[in-house]
Design a protein around this ligand. Sequence first.
Ligand code: ZN
Length: 242
Amino acid sequence: MRILILSDIHANWVALEAVLDAAGEVDAAWCLGDVVGYGPSPNECVARLRELPNLICLLGNHDAAAIGDLPLDSFNPEARLSVEWQRESISDETRAFLQERPGRAEWEEFTLVHASPRQPMLEYLLDAHAALENFAHFDGPYCFVGHTHIPIVFKLNSGGDKVDVRSVAANTSYKLDPREIINPGSVGQPRDRDPRAAFAILDSEEGTWDYRRVNYDIAAVQRRMEAANLPERHILRLEAGW
Ligand code: ZN
């Protein structure tokens, strides 16, 4: 199966369209959460995702906040403004879709969570130490996570007591090597100083992770955000990828 791996779309419909164009035909799409939040197009993103084949889409913290399942005080003041805007802007269909999202999913040897296997909604998995502890919280060889918006691979050594942190070069293919926790990066708000939308194509038979970055019309998204009066910092960060 050729599976499109998406995460942290964050209501950035222009970036999502660019990713879907670049991905081409896929057999399934797995989205690791945060479809909404920050960006100007939450309803368009949900509608587009629903068209994808064999969709698995998890609930992220911004999705939970947008439907009132996570309190606003877990966000910084600017993110809170954005969550309030999302709450007011999502349609009944979008709300119903988000309410049905699971917090965790398993498919054959793959475990999917938004933040971390230990804490699927909120933990930021950024270093080897936190990753090492998280290998005890899923059984299979691979876990895919989002949430930090940083593409990264955490590889557990054969002794099971040390984690190697790897980065995969953009637009190259990586051979999966058990056991690993892998983050595909963010479609709609990258934070690794590369503003291009990030995603991956998993070939589940070959065991390859095709890690991709693609340009999109950032200025068009910024104009929509300005028109919606979204926080300036969230508008600016898109063009530098932080
Ligand atoms: Zn996010």
